[in-house]
Design a protein around this ligand. Structure first.
Ligand code: COA
Length: 167
């Protein structure tokens, strides 16, 4: 496993993490989405992994909610985006970033997490398609929408504008 350090992103890291996300997702344009997330003030946390060469991984979680039929609103967090620099992929950095950030968010009291992503990857961090089925969401029926939680309430997913507009 590669030796890396993981720490919260600071404003000074915005350009380098933006570049990293662009390198990981290109030709898809995900930096426009990242800029919108950062402007939307919906971010719960951003972390970066770095080694002696600089930033090698990036992860962000944003605040979302589940509106339940009885009017109750439950807070949750959605993971997007997760990016590992192309020359450092498949060395466990993505999993380490998820493990670190999920622990930090759990320590702050977060219990309910969502992701839209690879169904053969995110289950390694505890996300499951079946767990998300009770939540009405914009990707209804798509197994890529997954949840990680001790309990997932029935209800409708409410997204911040930056995420709703991007999907
Ligand atoms: C997907 C990504 C975040 C994984 O990070 P990583 O550090 O490379 O992954 P890890 O080393 O923690 O885990 C490796 C596993 O990831 C999975 N994986 C990696 N890239 C994948 C891809 N493009 N599609 C599906 N699964 C992938 C594989 O299961 C792999 O296991 P294997 O090596 O045994 O086959 C990284 O490859 C990346 O940044 N990709 C481009 C951007 C992206 O697709 N982000 C996720 C959007 S949902």
């Amino acid at each position: 496993m590669t030796a890396i350090q993981i720490r919260p992103v600071e404003k000074a890291d915005y350009p380098s993490t933006r570049q990293l996300v662009d390198d990981a997702f290109r030709p898809d344009d995900v930096v426009t989405f990242l800029d919108a997330l950062r402007a939307d003030v919906c971010l719960l946390g951003e972390w970066l992994a770095e080694d002696s060469t600089g930033p090698v991984g990036y992860i962000a979680f944003s605040r979302v909610w589940v509106d339940e039929p009885d009017g109750l609103r439950t807070s949750a967090a959605i993971l997007t985006p997760l990016a590992v620099r192309p020359d450092r992929q498949r060395r466990g950095i993505g999993l380490q970033l998820m493990d670190h950030s999920l622990r930090e968010l759990e320590a702050r009291g977060e219990r309910l997490f969502f992701v839209l992503g690879h169904t053969d990857y995110y289950p390694r961090a505890g996300f499951l398609s079946a767990a998300a089925q009770k939540v009405e969401n914009p990707w209804q029926g798509n197994p890529a929408f997954m949840a990680r939680a001790p309990f997932v309430p029935e209800g409708r997913l409410v997204l911040p504008a930056s995420i709703a507009n991007a999907h």
